[in-house]
Design a protein around this ligand. Structure first.
Ligand code: G3I
Length: 459
């Protein structure tokens, strides 16, 4: 199935409004418009291109409002980062604990999101009792685990990572020597048959890392596994490329070839755990290329990034995600959004829902500029709060910026900027920003904190 043509196209309200105005101005004469749909969140922009955009979630962090707000606003596909793994769901043999997984599944359902299941059979994160098992006893226990967990979540899962990371690294293309592998070479297909029986409607994926570079032996080994399963009718629907990129495992130029080659075998392709170590333009460019590649392969279902903020990442020191530790959108975020919007990302200054010129409180007009501004609430207390605004230059360097504080912000004290009316401009030392560079100013506000989000920025 080609997902790119299937889903309904969603259009941001401002685009619909702009088209309606244009039509009215044309005196009702039918006119063709080249207006592009443009989403202003990742999930919206991805949906317009027939993709999902997901993230990995840790249930205990859902009480962190910055984390929860971003997760809910930006993503429409959720993977439990650890909560549906073997050690979490079957801590004692035959005693299943779905509390952590259900917490995430319930949050996803309540917020209208889909779920990827991760993972049913894996050599790692096995509970202690399983680590000590071998042979037919282990085979039976593994199949029972697959059946019980997939049955519990039956009907809720878009795709399951049925088997995770079964090949070894390096140039051999061999299976990883794990206790599961030692139960017999057919353990992978046995797991897929059990999963299909337990949840016939979930897509069943094989998921691995270092299968991104088409010329690597491990990629060829995974490819041969899928080809073999397809030729013998073993139930497999998708390949999950984890895509953890870093200097040892860089984004390969032939990534699109890899995606397309798997797709040509008749399986869907999912990018399941994307993170790209780095920063600034280089990181943003690589993210952009991954999105481009997925968009170019019609069977690429969607992209999941492996965490919300850099500080949530399993590799936090590599700052590999789309939001910084404060929840600010990074340059990489803007690159992904822009690519999903086919280069037509809406400028928030043109969005009536965000444009202070449309605000009945009469906030100032700013010329659209090559910068963006994002407000976060650092702290709040009865009667006041601390806000921080990150200003980021867009595709060109800027030599000054102005940010319009949206209606209702009553500043008590402000630093690293100059306040005039409701407009904050740079001070002498933080006006020059190279492309993608950021600076910030802070303030104490009176009253209740406003919602975090984009503010109008002009340069
Ligand atoms: O929750 C406990 C905490 O109570 C304890 O104090 C602490 C001490 O070590 O450990 C905490 O658990 C850690 C857990 O993450 C939650 O943070 C585990 O030790 C740690 O091993 C676990 O790491 C997870 C890793 O899988 C385990 O293999 C990462 O969060 C998770 O991102 C990572 O995800 C994997 C995918 O499942 C498969 N592909 C690779 C990917 C990255 O390794």
């Amino acid at each position: 199935m080609n997902h790119r043509s299937a889903p309904p196209r969603r259009r941001a309200a401002w685009v619909a409004g702009a088209v309606a105005v244009a039509t009215a101005l044309a005196g009702g004469v039918a006119m063709s418009t080249s207006a592009q749909a443009a989403g202003d969140t990742l999930q919206e922009a991805a949906a317009d291109r027939g993709l999902y955009f997901g993230t990995a979630i840790t249930g205990s962090k859902l009480t962190d409002s910055t984390y929860e707000t971003i997760a809910n606003r930006e993503f429409d596909m959720i993977t439990a980062e650890n909560a549906m793994k073997l050690d979490a769901t079957e801590p004692q043999q035959g005693q299943f604990d779905f509390s952590r997984g259900d917490r995430i599944a319930n949050w996803a359902t309540q917020n209208g999101k889909q779920l990827r299941g991760h993972t049913l059979a894996w050599h790692s994160q096995q509970p202690g009792w399983m680590q000590n098992m071998e042979g037919s006893q282990l085979r039976q226990a593994m199949l029972n685990h697959v059946t019980q967990v997939a049955t519990h979540y039956r009907g809720q899962i878009h795709s399951w990572d049925v088997v995770n990371e079964a090949f070894e690294d390096g140039g051999t293309g061999a299976r990883r020597n794990s206790n599961l592998q030692r139960t017999g070479n057919d353990w992978i297909e046995a797991a897929f048959y059990a999963a299909r029986e337990a949840d016939p409607n979930a897509k069943l994926c094989y998921n691995d890392y270092n299968i991104d570079n088409w010329s690597w032996a491990k990629t060829q080994a995974a490819y041969n596994l899928v080809a073999d399963f397809k030729s013998r009718g073993v139930p497999i629907d998708c390949i999950g490329l984890q895509s953890h990129f870093n200097p040892n495992s860089p984004y390969p130029d032939n990534y699109r070839t890899t995606l397309q080659s798997f797709a040509d075998l008749g399986v869907d392709v999912q990018i399941t755990e994307l993170d790209i170590e780095g920063s600034g333009q280089q990181q943003a460019d690589t993210y952009r290329r991954v999105v481009e590649d997925c968009l170019a392969v019609s069977r690429c279902d969607g992209i999941t990034v492996w965490g919300v903020r850099d500080t949530d990442s399993w590799r936090s020191q590599g700052t590999p995600l789309l939001f910084d530790g404060n929840g600010n959108k990074k340059e990489a975020y803007h690159a992904v959004l822009d690519e999903l919007n086919d280069g037509n990302t809406p400028d928030p200054t043109e969005d009536p829902t965000e444009d202070p010129t449309e605000d009945p409180t009469g906030d100032p007009t700013l010329p659209p500029g090559d910068c963006s501004a994002d407000l976060t609430i650092v702290n709040s207390w009865g009667g006041g709060y601390q806000g921080e605004v990150t200003v980021t230059a867009g595709s060109s360097a800027i030599s000054g910026w102005s940010v319009a504080l949206a209606g209702g912000i009553d500043v008590n004290q402000l630093w690293n900027g100059t306040l005039s009316g409701s407009t904050v401009t740079n001070v002498s030392w933080n006006g020059n920003l190279g492309s993608g560079q950021s600076t910030s100013f802070g303030f104490i506000g009176n009253g209740s904190p406003p919602s975090a989000g984009s503010l109008a920025c002009g340069s």
